[in-house]
Ligand binder design. Structure first.
Ligand code: PAF
Length: 286
């Protein structure tokens, strides 16, 4: 295996157009590596970006504390099949400066699927503006033929799909979904899992157990009640635990269509807290 090439200047990306692109914020774990392996099955070079994107963090969130492990990330990305690690300078993605880029992100027209008042938008209204802004700018620089996004952030995957489909400059890019990778105890892998103290780790299992519980339900209401009860039994603070249409994320009315259970819950511990996300296909009709 050869070391991946590191590119910082976006002009050098021009020769790599048509490859497969995996955007990340670093702190790579097995979930990211599975996305890179998926990209390596695609034709053309694999480009993995590492950029902790300030516009998707609110001022009170963990931008400064977000785990950063660049040397390790570059090595792991290479082992998983990355040809080029793109490390954009903030000034190349946001030439207008950080404060102005936050204003741009906040005013960006984003897809409707980003705007459900009960989902991510409820607790993190800045989030999808920042994600859409950085992903659109990265895609314009990298010009891939395909890009891989993890299913763990289910709403983000739908937002990116809609954003790409709606943008005439990007709509020829294929979006490849990457399945959730789990720890041995069922917890969906996330860079923020590193925040969970060992003593609180058992409680984090509540999310996957809530999804297991919902599988016994036959109606959305019953599934949502079972998920909430399981999350609360693990002393998790429920942000949302819902059954939705997998693409529009609208509440489900027709049970003959596919449905998805989607959860976000907070785990508070001494000295901090972490938001945990999970989801699963949830056919309620048997
Ligand atoms: O999913 C993530 O890690 C980020 O939201 C992304 C897509 C890399 C944009 O910063």
């Amino acid at each position: 295996m050869t070391e991946p090439r590191i590119i910082q200047n976006p002009v050098e990306l021009e020769a790599l157009a048509g490859g497969c692109f995996v955007p990340t914020m670093g702190a790579l774990h097995e979930g990211h590596l599975s996305l890179i392996r998926e990209a390596a099955r695609h034709q053309g070079p694999v480009i993995t970006s590492i950029f902790v994107n300030p516009t998707q963090f609110a001022p009170n969130e963990d931008f400064d504390a977000y785990p950063r492990s660049l040397d390790r990330d570059v090595r792991l990305a290479g082992e998983a099949g990355t040809d080029v690690v793109y490390l954009p300078a903030e000034s190349s993605l946001y030439p207008e400066g950080r404060a102005a880029s936050r204003t741009t992100a906040a005013g960006l027209p984003i897809p409707n699927v980003a705007k459900h008042p009960q989902l991510e938008d409820a607790g993190r209204p800045h989030f999808f503006g920042g994600v859409c802004l950085v992903v659109a700018r990265l895609l314009e620089q990298v010009r891939p033929s395909a890009t891989v996004f993890g299913e763990k952030d289910w709403q983000q995957l739908q937002v990116i799909r809609a954003m790409i489909a709606d943008d005439a400059k990007l709509d020829d890019i294929e979006v490849i979904p990457g399945p959730i990778v789990r720890e041995s105890d069922g917890l969906a892998m996330s860079s923020r899992n590193a925040y969970i103290p060992p003593a609180d780790r058992l409680r984090a299992r509540g999310l996957s157990l809530a999804l297991d519980a919902a599988e016994k339900a036959t109606t959305p209401d019953e599934a949502e009640t079972l998920m909430r009860a399981t999350l609360e039994a693990h002393q998790l603070t429920v942000e949302y635990a819902v059954i939705r249409d997998p693409e529009s994320l609208m509440p489900v009315t027709d049970l003959n269509r596919p449905t998805r259970a989607i959860i976000t819950a907070g785990l508070d511990f001494e000295g901090g807290s972490v938001r945990l996300l999970d989801n699963r296909a949830m056919p309620l009709v048997r």
